[in-house]
Design a protein around this ligand. Structure first.
Ligand code: PRX
Length: 667
């Protein structure tokens, strides 16, 4: 599984001509005015290092409101199963909403919602309290109790956040499934979590048109028996929607009419807050489990300090969808727990034109922007004229997440969007880590284009070699976390063994993140990409094995191998190599047609995000004598490089065959 290190050094080497961007002069000290008033100062590191659990306990006490204060901090007596603050009780929705209203901040805007067609909604904290209470009452009436799971399959509309908080309010873990996943993917997630209710919408707006969502829920629930009793449907687009009497209920019928009074249910700090499925190296997606107290502590701490949030004056915007962990920690929980005002935007950055994001920033005077390198690279491609047409002077902190940011995009982000003024925080973390782990602090760190740089105060990360030794500065290895942290995953839903195997067995007792990294001469960390069979496409995690399984499930396909090839915009792109069955109908079709059909098949099995950019029909796949596919060689082909050392292949002529096949004119 980890056989191909060193992997991606080549892919992530700086573009030619960029050496100057990486030189000593390209260091950006924190802006003095920001540093003078920053939430986080450099002494945080020493404080945290002196006693990490005590540091986090202090954060938990100051950042959250507990209905029963905790007396225990970290319990690491049964590694790798950690608990934090385990004898305390609290409620996540109370912390995100009610306590701000009680503190007299009910009129503060919590959410500026901007729909893709241009419709808007403003929700104050008082509005949010009423909406979340109604939804909590409605879910209870639909039979959801504390501990029951609720699947959420919604577009980026306020109801997505309201539903998550309503679940938290009654102690029902939510399992949000990204709207871009297929009915089949939704079905498997509903089954695995044994969800009692699915919350969805008739559809959402995307690229200027309504895109249906509810039909995928209907299709998922028709696949076989499930534990789902009700489907709660938000009317967003007004599209015609098939209806199953007795099962389906409209949001406006049951939520809007419910009482807006509701008492949040206090839960134990270790009560499950949510499950979020993510792709791994093998088999089906894993349900990553996060609990309440530790997760909220680190989500709030990082949101406050990494973005230097001033809740009274800042307008924060994270462009992530709630279907991903970034949307959980930095849309639903972190900002609201901190009492921030945030923007939520439903649609794509290029609708109605490529200036949409910049017009939103100008309109709401966004001061903190958190987005992904893929988006930045797309905007770069579209040209400076789009941001130049808008006043972006409100921006004061810029965040990046999801994949390594290449120095060229970093510099563009800083100068074109940030006016050479706003510091960039390149934040490294994962679904599993729950919150940001490695990042500059905007008032402290002198930033370097392309590097996430330093573990946050309270986080112990290192880069190690195969023998578990910390590598010296200037060398590369595996990124690991060496001490437990509050927002760490508590397990894989229903599969404790897989949790231990996946994260804690490569290096005994150490959390291995799956990423390669190097330390530069100053000891700063540079992420180099995954060292396992996980791809990162537009900041989204995709498993090579999952896509291979989807391809092989098609009747034409005998064998498939998938690689992530570097892509200028999306970071990596999915490239698939397939061998067709000799007798398959597809074998007689032109290669383009075969590829089109197989791409559609993958979209149906997993979702459009998993569709290969390219599918190549080949006569053979390169395998070692033990039968392992050598993806490194396929990556060479996909990236149009000279094929590397093929001497360990069982049949070394295979690469010639593949090359010849690809060179041959298409039928
Ligand atoms: O490879 C790393 C990459 O994204 C992976 C985690 O993906 P996911 O769980 O979907 O969470 C994405 C959002 C937190 C990591 O293993 N990654 C994430 N952030 C960065 C990154 N790679 C380089 N630099 C980052 N800032």
């Amino acid at each position: 599984m980890y056989g191909e290190w060193p992997v991606t050094e080549q892919q992530h080497a700086p573009e030619p001509g960029l050496e100057n961007l990486l030189s000593e002069e390209r260091r950006f000290p924190p802006p003095p005015d920001l540093a003078a008033h920053a939430n986080a100062t450099s002494d945080l590191y020493a404080w945290a290092n002196a006693d990490r659990p005590a540091f986090w306990a202090e954060q938990a006490r100051t950042l959250l409101t507990w209905s029963t204060p905790f007396s225990t901090g970290l319990d690491w007596s049964n590694p790798p199963f950690a608990t934090w603050f385990a004898d305390g009780e609290l409620n996540a929705a109370y912390n995100a909403v009610d306590r701000h209203v009680e503190a007299g901040l009910g009129d503060r805007v919590a959410i500026h919602f901007e729909g893709e067609p241009g419709d808007t909604r403003t929700l104050t904290y008082a509005d949010l309290q009423r909406e979340v209470s109604r939804a909590a009452n409605a879910l209870t009436a639909l039979g959801v109790g504390t501990g029951d799971r609720v699947a959420v399959y919604l577009p980026m509309i306020p109801e997505a956040v309201i539903t998550m908080l309503a679940c938290a309010r009654i102690g029902a873990p939510h399992s949000v499934v990204f709207g871009g996943f297929s009915a089949e993917a939704l079905y498997s997630r509903i089954l695995d979590a044994e969800a009692k209710v699915v919350v969805t919408a008739d559809g959402g707006y995307r690229r200027g048109a309504p895109a249906a969502l509810k039909p995928a829920v209907d299709e998922a629930l028709a696949k076989g028996p499930t534990t789902v009793g009700h489907v709660l449907v938000v009317r967003r687009t007004g599209q015609d929607t098939a209806w199953t009497q007795g099962r389906d209920v409209w949001w406006h019928d049951v939520v809007d009419t419910a009482s807006d009074q509701h008492t949040p249910v206090p839960v134990n700090a270790e009560h499950p807050l949510f499950i979020l499925y993510t792709s791994g190296t093998t088999g089906k997606p894993k349900g990553i489990l996060h609990t309440t107290g530790g997760y909220l502590t680190q989500a709030a701490f990082t949101h406050l300090n990494v973005f230097d949030l001033k809740p009274e004056t800042d307008v924060y915007w994270c462009t992530a969808d709630v279907g991903w962990i970034t949307g959980h920690s930095y849309v639903a929980y972190g900002p609201l727990v901190n009492g921030a005002t945030q923007v939520i935007y439903e649609g794509t950055p290029d609708t109605p034109d490529r200036g949409r994001w910049w017009s939103i920033i100008e309109k709401y005077k966004v001061s903190i922007l958190y987005t992904a390198p893929t988006a930045i690279r797309s905007c770069m491609k579209w040209g400076e004229q789009w941001p130049a047409a808008h006043d972006l002077s409100s921006l004061r902190v810029l965040g990046s997440v999801g994949e390594p940011i290449n120095p060229e995009a970093w510099i563009w982000y800083r100068s074109t969007i940030g006016g050479d003024r706003a510091p960039i925080v390149d934040t490294w973390w994962q679904t599993e880590t729950g919150a940001i782990m490695i990042s500059p602090l905007p008032g402290v760190t002198t930033t370097k284009p392309g590097s996430a740089q330093v573990p946050l105060p309270g986080i112990a990360a290192d880069v190690i070699d195969d023998e578990t030794h910390s590598v010296p500065n200037g060398s590369g290895g595996y990124l690991v976390i060496t001490e437990p942290w509050p927002s760490m995953l508590r397990g894989i839903w229903g599969d404790p063994d897989r949790y231990v195997d996946t994260y804690w067995s490569r290096f005994k007792g150490i959390y291995f993140a799956g990423d390669g990294a190097k330390k530069d001469e100053d000891g700063d960390i540079w992420l180099l990409g995954r060292v396992d069979d996980v791809m990162n496409v537009s900041g989204h995690r995709l498993s090579t094995t999952e896509i291979e399984s989807a391809l092989v499930s098609h009747e034409w396909v005998a064998e498939a191998a998938v690689v992530g090839a570097s892509d200028e915009t999306t970071g990596q792109a999915v490239v698939a190599f397939v061998i067709l069955r000799g007798d398959a109908a597809g074998a007689a079709l032109p290669a383009d047609e075969v590829a089109a059909q197989l791409r559609a098949h993958v979209a149906k099995a997993i979702g459009p995000i998993a569709k290969p950019r390219q599918i190549l029909v080949v006569p053979e796949l390169p395998k070692t004598r033990s039968g392992k596919i050598m993806r490194r060689l396929l990556r060479d082909v996909a990236e149009h490089r000279v094929v590397g050392d093929a001497t360990t292949l069982a049949d070394s002529s295979v690469m010639d065959l593949i090359a010849a096949g690809l060179a041959a004119p298409k039928a």
